[in-house]
Design a protein around this ligand. Structure first.
Ligand SMILES: *Cc1c(COP(=O)(O)O)cnc(C)c1O
Length: 416
C-alpha cells in the first residue's frame, strides 16, 4: 500500500505541529454568525454563550435581516447554482449587475467576479504580467497576493513593509526601470496590525516611476473612507489606484466571493485570460444578488460604517485609558500587544471564560516576540457588548499585571 509510508510521515508532521503548540483547533458555532454566538470549544465541551470579537463581520451584515431576506428572494428568482463557468452558460443578469455596481461603488471602470478574493489574486498577475515586467510587493501582503505573484513569470521585488524609501529605491533601480510594465501590490489594510497602507505616498511615488498600483482591500471594502469605499477613499486617492481586489466574504455579507475592479481593458483581458475565472464555477446567484442589495444599502446610507467607526474609537480609547499597549490606528482591527506567545494564549482562554471570544496570535502568524490578541470590532456590536469586553480585558489584564506597563516591562516579566 503506497499510503503506508506517507501515513507515517504525516503522523510525524502532525505531531510536530502539535508539539510546537501550532495545531489549529476549530470551534463550532451553533446558529448564525453574529455578535452574540454559542460556541463549543474544545470539541465536546458544553456550548457557551460568548460575544464575538474575532469575525470579519465588520458591518454586522453576515446574518442581518436585509441580507437574509434578499438571499431568500434571490433563491426563488435565480435558482441555486449555475453548473457552469461564466463564459459557457454561467452568467446571469445578476452577475453582470453586481460587477457594474461594484465598479461604480469603488469608482473604477469595471469589475470581474471570482469565487473568492484568493482566486481574484491568484488569477490577476499571471494574466497581466510577463517575463519582461516587474512586480513589487509589500513584505506583509496576504498569502493570496504572494501566491498570485508566484504564478506570474514577472520578476518579483519585495518591499519592506510600508517602507516608502525602500519602494522608491527599488523603483529607481536600473533593472526595475528597464522593465516593460511595473506594478506595486499592497494590502489596503494589513490583517494582523490594522495598519493602513500610505496610499497617497504610494501613488505619488508610483506615478513618478510609471508604476501601476494594485490594492487588495479585503479588510476595508464597505467601511473605510467616509462612504465606505475602501482605503483609496480613506487616503484620498480615488481614481489613482489602477486595480483593486476584494472579497464579499468579510464586510459585504460574509458568505464568499471575490472580485477585481480595475481599468476597463484590464478587466476585459482578465475575462479572456484569468484562469480561476475561466476554469472555475460561477458565483452562486444568491450571493451575487445579496451583494447587490448590500452595495445598494451602503450606497444609500453610511449609518453602518459610521457606527463601526464609533465602536472602533470607543474601544481603542477605553483600552488605551485602561493601560493596554495597543497599536495606534483607526482600523477596527485592534491588536492588544502581549509579546509573549503563551501569555497571548492564556489571556485569550481567560477571556473566553469571561464570555469574550478573542484569539491570540503568535509566531509564525506574526513576527517572533510580537504575540498579541487581535480584536475586531463590528457595527453589529452594541455599546454594552464593547463595554463588557473592556471590563473583561481589564480584569484579565490585572490578573497578569500588564496594565500601564511598557513593552519592556511586559517582556521582562514574561519573556519573549
Ligand atoms: C481574507 C482575505 C483574502 C481572501 O478572501 P476570500 O474571499 O476569503 O478568498 C484575500 N486577501 C486579503 C488581504 C484578505 O484579508
Amino acid at each position: 500500500m503506497a499510503y503506508g509510508k506517507m501515513k507515517e510521515f504525516l503522523q510525524t508532521e502532525l505531531k510536530s505541529v502539535r508539539d510546537a503548540g501550532l495545531y489549529k483547533q476549530e470551534r463550532y458555532i451553533y446558529g448564525p454568525q453574529g455578535a452574540d454566538i454559542k460556541v463549543e470549544f474544545p470539541a465536546g465541551a458544553p456550548q457557551q454563550e460568548v460575544l464575538n470579537f474575532c469575525a470579519n463581520n465588520y458591518l454586522g451584515l453576515s446574518s442581518h435581516p436585509e441580507t437574509v431576506k434578499s438571499a431568500h428572494k434571490a433563491l426563488d428568482e435565480w435558482g441555486y447554482g449555475m453548473s457552469s463557468v461564466r463564459f459557457i452558460c454561467g452568467t446571469q443578469d445578476i452577475h453582470r449587475q453586481l460587477e457594474q455596481k461594484l465598479a461604480a461603488f469603488l469608482g473604477l471602470d469595471d469589475a470581474i467576479l471570482y469565487s473568492s478574493c484568493f482566486d481574484a489574486n491568484g488569477g490577476l498577475f499571471e494574466a497581466l504580467f510577463k517575463e519582461e515586467d516587474a512586480i513589487l510587493t509589500d513584505a506583509l501582503n496576504h498569502a493570496s497576493v504572494i501566491d498570485g505573484i508566484r504564478l506570474a513569470k514577472a520578476k518579483r521585488y519585495i518591499i519592506k513593509h510600508m517602507d516608502m524609501e525602500d519602494l522608491e529605491k527599488q523603483l529607481s533601480s536600473p533593472e526595475v526601470k528597464a522593465a516593460r510594465f511595473r506594478v506595486f501590490a499592497t494590502d489596503g489594510a494589513f490583517s494582523m496590525d490594522g495598519d493602513v497602507a500610505p496610499l497617497a505616498k504610494i501613488c505619488d511615488i508610483c506615478e513618478k516611476y510609471d508604476c501601476l498600483v494594485m490594492v487588495d482591500d479585503s479588510h476595508s471594502t464597505g467601511f473605510m473612507g467616509k462612504h465606505g469605499k475602501g482605503t483609496h477613499e480613506h487616503c484620498g486617492v480615488m481614481g489613482r489606484v489602477d486595480i483593486i481586489t476584494s472579497t464579499m466574504g468579510k464586510a459585504l455579507g460574509g458568505a464568499s466571493g471575490g472580485f477585481t475592479a480595475a481599468r476597463k481593458e484590464i478587466v476585459e483581458l482578465l475575462r479572456q485570460r484569468s484562469r480561476p475565472y475561466l476554469f472555475s464555477n460561477s458565483l452562486p446567484p444568491v450571493i451575487a444578488a445579496s451583494a447587490v442589495t448590500i452595495i445598494d444599502l451602503l450606497s444609500q446610507s453610511t449609518e453602518r460604517r459610521d457606527k463601526l467607526e464609533r465602536n472602533t474609537m470607543h474601544f481603542r480609547k477605553a483600552m488605551t485609558e485602561a493601560g493596554f499597549d495597543i497599536r495606534p490606528g483607526v482600523h477596527p482591527i485592534v491588536p492588544i500587544m502581549l509579546y509573549n506567545a503563551k501569555l497571548a494564549q492564556d489571556f485569550a482562554r481567560d477571556m473566553y471564560a469571561e464570555g469574550i471570544y478573542v484569539i491570540g496570535f503568535f509566531f509564525p502568524v506574526v513576527g517572533k516576540g510580537l504575540a498579541r490578541i487581535r480584536v475586531q470590532l463590528s457595527a453589529g456590536h452594541e455599546t454594552e457588548h464593547i463595554d463588557k469586553a473592556i471590563t473583561a480585558f481589564t480584569k484579565i489584564g490585572k490578573k497578569y499585571d500588564i496594565l500601564k506597563k511598557s513593552k519592556d516591562e511586559i517582556i521582562a516579566k514574561y519573556g519573549l
